[in-house]
Design a protein around this ligand. Structure first.
Ligand code: 3PG
Ligand code: MG
Length: 396
């Protein structure tokens, strides 16, 4: 890890350009989940406390290079003001004269928010001229946007090469948590990977089997593995075309000393709806009309036992159709088991991904996990073993 932190930088009296990810959900102008905003507060506070002047660079949604009023960052000012407990000023562009003037006039204790970087088409092309324009606004660059670090954009990559650069507190915490879970973890390490499709998580599975001791596979993707074992899955969601790939993954896992854990019993219904009549069957007994919507109680008991033996857990993806009751049972029970072990100091547990965090929040388990990442795509790419351009650019 060659990156610097805020502690390594001289911040007093300096304008600090902070790349944050405040791409939060907004419904009718109201922020419905401010987690990402709350998680950047330590960085902004620490810069202010050191006498620095934070200038926030961020994207919002995917405006595709056009100025779109509904994707203006202006609407976040009230939420940011409350979160920072400081004055938040605004510049209607992230480069140019108005922004430069606002940056120059910024007073100690104030925060400047710049308009959506993606109003410039150049941003997502990692254009250097745009980065030069942004860099003129500050004297130090701090990247606190781990969840956007899988993007090589002007505000995450090119700019880091133009100013003295460091990681913010959230970036630091994310990298340390992930490094602890997959870099040099305490063993045994268990990964839980769920979700609909094997095809979207191939690289992830390929990397994990070389790193973890147990790989618990759940959700729709487990069905594809059952198909690969010659099991009838009835009407279940499965990618039959991927069964060869699933078989290869199982063979490689064997060679790598990784135990793949598939459901041994299943919850089967004929309709994908809340409360649909269902039965618990052995995993190889799915009916022709049935759909596998969750793992059964024996599978949950086996997962719990593996968690008991593990020291580290990394979780991405639900085990069943967690959005509809009662098919959230395996996800909830396993998540609560992991939470209890974490609480008693026996397990380090890290989770990430939008669906995953929603599922862990719904079960009430999230608050006891060791670390919940703010990242979706970036968390996955990190777990896949990829270099994140926004992190790599901090290595100077
Ligand atoms: C996210 O919400 O996952 C990040 O802000 C990245 O957004 P993007 O997928 O539009 O690049
Ligand atoms: Mg995304």
């Amino acid at each position: 890890m060659g990156w610097k932190t805020l502690d390594d930088m001289d911040l007093n009296g300096k304008r600090v350009l902070v790349r944050v990810d405040i791409n939060v959900p907004v419904v009718d102008g109201v922020v419905t989940d401010a987690t990402r905003i709350q998680r950047i507060v330590p960085t902004v506070r620490d810069i202010l406390a050191a006498g620095g002047k934070p200038i926030l660079l961020a994207h919002f949604g995917r405006p595709g290079g056009e100025r779109r009023e509904n994707l203006s960052l202006k609407q976040l000012i009230p939420t940011l003001t409350t979160a920072f407990d400081a004055d938040v000023l605004f510049a209607a562009d992230c480069v140019g004269t108005e922004a430069e003037l606002a940056a120059e006039q910024l007073q100690p204790g104030q925060v400047l928010l710049l308009e959506n970087t993606r109003f410039h088409a150049a941003e997502t092309k990692n254009n250097t001229d745009l980065a030069v324009g942004m860099a003129r606004l500050g004297e130090v660059y701090c990247n606190d946007a781990f969840s956007a670090a899988h993007r090589a954009h002007s505000s995450t990559e090119a700019i880091a090469r133009l100013l003295p650069a460091c990681a913010g507190r959230l970036m630091q915490a994310e990298l340390e948590a992930l490094e602890g879970a997959l870099g040099a973890p305490k063993r045994p390490v268990t990964a839980v990977v769920g979700g609909a499709k094997v095809s979207t998580k191939l690289e992830l599975l390929g990397n994990l089997i070389t790193k973890v001791d147990y790989l618990v596979i759940g959700g729709g993707m487990a069905n594809t593995f059952l198909v690969a074992k010659g099991v009838n899955v009835g009407n279940s969601l499965a990618e039959t075309a991927m069964k060869g790939t699933a078989a290869e993954i199982m063979a490689k896992a064997d060679g790598a000393g990784c135990t793949i854990v598939l459901p041994t019993d299943i919850v089967v219904a004929e309709k994908f709806e809340a409360g649909a009549p269902h039965q618990i069957l052995p995993a190889d007994q799915c009916t022709d009309e049935g759909m596998i919507l969750d793992a059964g109680p024996d599978s949950v008991a086996a997962i719990s036992e593996i968690f008991d033996q593990s020291q580290t857990l990394i979780w991405n993806g639900p085990l069943g159709a967690f959005e509809i009751e009662p098919f959230d049972a395996a996800t909830n029970a396993s998540a609560l088991k992991a939470a209890a072990l974490t609480r008693s100091g026996k397990l380090v547990s890290v989770a990430g991904g939008g669906d995953t965090v929603a599922a862990l929040n719904a079960s009430g388990a999230a608050k006891d996990f060791s670390y919940i990442s703010t990242a979706g795509g970036a968390f996955l790419e990190w777990m896949e073993g990829k270099t994140l351009p926004g992190v790599a650019a901090l290595d100077q």
